[in-house]
Structure formats: C-alpha cells, structure tokens
Design a protein around this ligand. Structure first.
Ligand code: NAP
Length: 417
C-alpha cells in the first residue's frame, strides 16, 4: 500500500536522524570526509526518505476524454519492477537513499551495489529501513570487490527492469552499453566539470563564500565540485587574493578530529592524480597562490590549493580534479566565458555570480548544464530535480522527477460498454 510504504520511509528517516552520529562516524572512517560534513550528509540522506515518503501517496493517474469525444482512456502509473542500484564512495549514503527512497515509494524491489570502499555507509540506512518495517527481500545490499562480475550477470538477468547508476562517466557509458541488450530503463548520474563564473558586478564576499562551498564540499571529491574558475578581469586579482586567504586558513587533518576542515583524499591513487594535475598546470604557466605541495605524515592528504593564470590547455580544465584545488583563469567578455564553460563533454552543473538579473537569467539559459547555481555554491536539494545533460547523465533524481524514474506509464483505452 502506498501509505504503508510512505510510513516505512518516514520511520527510517526518523531513525537515521535520531542516530546521526553513529553512521556519520562510520562514513568518515570509510572515506575520510570531516565529521561535520558526514553529519550533514546523514541529514541529506535521510531527507530523501522523508521526501519520497510524501511522494509515495501521490502517485496519480489520469482519466481523459479523447479529442473526438468518442471514447475514454485511463493512464496508470505502475512500479517499473526489479531495479539494480549502483553507487559511488564520495556521497556513500545519500547516493544510495536518493535511489532507494523513490524505488520503495514507487513499489519496486531492488539490489543495491555500493562502492567497494564504502559498503558500511550503505548498509547503515538499509538496516534502519528494515527496522522501520521494510519487508525482507525488497532491498538487497550486495557488496563486492569485483563489480563487473556482480553487475554484468544482473544486467543480463531476465527479471531486471531498471539500472540506476551514479559514478564516473566512463563506468556509466560501459553499463549503458550493457543495458542495451535487454533494453533496460536506465538512469545515470555521472561526472562533471563545473565552471564557476564570477562577473565584475558580483558581490565578491558572496562569490568567495560560494566558491568555498562549491569547491570544498567533500574535500573537492564531488561531481558538483567547481572545477574551473573564471573571473572577469576587473575583479580577478581581488577574488584570487580573498579565495587564497580562505583556502590557506583551512585546517587539514583526520576527518574524525572535530577541528579538521579538510580530510584526506580517498586513496593514494586519488592523491597522485591531483598532484599530477597540479604539476601539469604549473608546467604550463599557472602560479601557485597557496598549497600545491605534499602534506607531511601518513594519510592521503593534499593541501587546499589555489592556482592563478591556469591556461586553456591545462589538463585540469578538461578533467575532474576531485580534490581541494581551485584553478583560476581570467576572462574579458560574457561570450568568451560562455564558450569556455560549454566547451566540455560534461554538463552537470555551473555556478554564476552576478548582481545583474538580466545577465543571470541569460547566462543560466545559455549554459549547457542540467543545473545552475546562480549566486549560490550548493545546488543539491532533495526537493529539486538533480541531474546532468550531455555526458553527465540521463534522468533526474530528487523532487517529483525522482519518482518518475521508477514508474512506468500504462494507458488503458476504454471501449464503450
Ligand atoms: P566509479 O568508479 O564509476 O564507481 C561507481 C560505482 O560503479 C561503484 O560502485 C563501482 O564499484 C561501480 N563500478 C565501477 N566499474 C564498474 C564496472 N565495470 N561494472 C560494474 N560496476 C562498476 O566512480 P567513483 O570513483 O566511485 O565515483 C566518482 C565518480 O562519480 C565521479 O566521476 C563523480 O563525478 C561521479 N559522481 C556523480 C554524481 C552525480 O550525481 N552526477 C554523484 C556522485 C559521484 P567499485 O567501487 O567496486 O569500483
């Protein structure tokens, strides 16, 4: 029953919120983000349960008279069927609940395959759903160190109807191909390369605040992370000076240390990638304003870093940095910066700072992204449709659109009795 499904989700939301510190500590231990951010993610993750508890009882249908008046039809909304959910390690709880919430609300059964590095952060909310009354067998969490061996056979299984994947564009492309054989319904939330644009008329305090949020959430390891900063020439020097001050003042340390604002990157490979992108940019002429070097001691730490004068051919302007590095480039005209912003295969999110309403709307319309943060450094909101265009994904999660991904439409033509 829709009401029962909604109430299970609502109880699971309340359990997660009541026990927040425990799953937050688990998440920080697994992937390193500062404990304050993990507490924030638990609340964000729980909100998907509350949001879809409310959607579960609003799955409507339609009844219509055909245009010539000669007959009637019904439109039914039915669960899509058994789903495979595959999630990444960077938001290890919320990326799961953003799929589980609408799937349960719609009435689907599911297998969740969490990332290899963060299985416990996915199991915690699953356990609470069970406590909240979710029947055995509805949600099945299967962890593995051989993702292809688990996911491949599931995609070929005749019972599966849908794949919902969040992760890299590379893996998403591969799974989209594998889903073609059985023409599965597919939702993909993939990588980004977000531009962060500051016009000369921007409120600079707000722009620096927005930049810190857009860059440093989850130590920069976010699909929504600002990846390319472009600042209009008259304010570029001042923006870089203020951003450098803020980045240099952040304390780096183990995520469980309550004083730490920047935790370690997820593994040595991630740190190596960030370091190589920085040396590539510096080799092409970028200037290090802060950070840029190694952090002493054990752990995969990388210091908050600001680079200015980053050239168009620097690798970091074309690849996800996935670390605490802000590369800044100066631009002259709106046309020029829009050209740069859209010159990428990705299209997840863009950030724009301007006090001009006309310009804000014009640029938001011209950006080839699924989301825009206009004078705002965070766009994620369980009530809103999250997702990308181009090679950043297919479909939307959150809001009303989130449950649509787990529903099929059936039309019944009514003959006159
Ligand atoms: P990933 O390597 O693509 O992994 C994501 C998930 O896919 C993991 O569970 C992974 O399992 C699994 N996987 C990887 N290769 C597979 C294969 N050949 N067959 C079946 N499953 C496979 O991505 P990640 O490094 O975990 O996450 C970072 C990426 O996710 C970034 O690109 C980021 O932008 C993107 N992301 C996007 C969003 C969004 O909403 N658009 C949100 C968060 C993250 P293993 O863990 O075992 O490898």
């Amino acid at each position: 029953m829709p009401r029962e499904r909604g109430e299970i989700l609502r109880r699971a939301h309340d359990l997660l919120m009541a026990r927040r510190p425990e799953p937050a500590a688990l998440m920080t231990s697994e992937m390193g983000k500062p404990i304050a951010e993990s507490l924030g993610e638990v609340a964000y993750a729980a909100e998907f349960f509350r949001r879809f508890a409310e959607e579960a009882v609003r799955i409507g249908g339609d009844y219509a008279v055909v245009p010539d008046g000669g007959s009637r039809f019904l439109v039914l909304r039915q669960p899509v069927g058994p789903c495979l959910l595959v999630t990444p390690w960077n938001f290890p709880m919320a990326m799961g609940t953003r799929k589980i919430g609408p799937a349960v609300a719609a009435g689907c059964t599911m297998v969740l395959k969490p990332a290899e590095q963060t299985p416990l952060s996915a199991l915690a909310p699953a356990g609470m759903l069970r406590e909240a009354g979710l029947p055995d067998g509805v949600l099945n969490v299967v962890s593995t160190t051989s993702p292809g061996e688990l996911v491949g056979p599931l995609l070929r299984d005749g019972r599966l109807r849908k794949l919902s994947f969040t992760g890299s564009t590379e893996a998403g492309r591969l799974l989209l191909g594998q889903s073609a054989d059985r023409v599965l319904r597919v939702s993909l939330e993939l990588g980004g390369n977000a531009p962060f644009i500051v016009f000369a008329d921007a409120d600079l305090d707000a722009a620096v605040e927005g930049a810190m949020l857009a860059k440093m959430r989850t130590i920069g390891e976010a699909c929504t992370a600002a990846n390319r900063f472009s600042v209009q020439a008259p304010v570029a020097g001042e923006f870089v000076r203020r951003l450098t001050g803020r980045m240099a003042s952040l304390s780096v340390g183990p995520g469980l240390d309550p004083g730490a604002q920047v935790g370690p990157l997820t593994d040595e490979a991630a740190r190596q990638k960030v370091a190589s992108l920085v040396s590539d940019a510096v080799g092409r002429g970028a200037v290090v304003r802060t950070g840029g070097g190694a952090v002493e001691g054990p752990g995969y730490f990388y210091p908050p870093t600001v680079l200015s004068g980053v050239t168009a051919d620097a690798r970091m302007r074309h690849e996800e940095i996935f670390g605490p590095v802000a590369p800044v480039t100066t631009f002259d005209t709106e046309e020029q910066v829009l050209g740069w912003a859209n010159d990428t295969e990705h299209g997840l999110v863009a950030y724009v700072h301007t006090t001009g309403l006309d310009r804000g709307l014009r640029v938001s319309e011209a950006l080839e992204t699924g989301m825009v943060g206009l004078n705002r450094g965070v766009v994620s909101n369980p009530a809103a449709p999250f997702g990308g265009v181009k090679q950043s994904g297919l479909g939307r999660e959150g809001g009303r659109a989130g449950i649509e991904e787990f529903l099929e439409t059936k039309y019944v033509a009514l003959g006159t009795p």
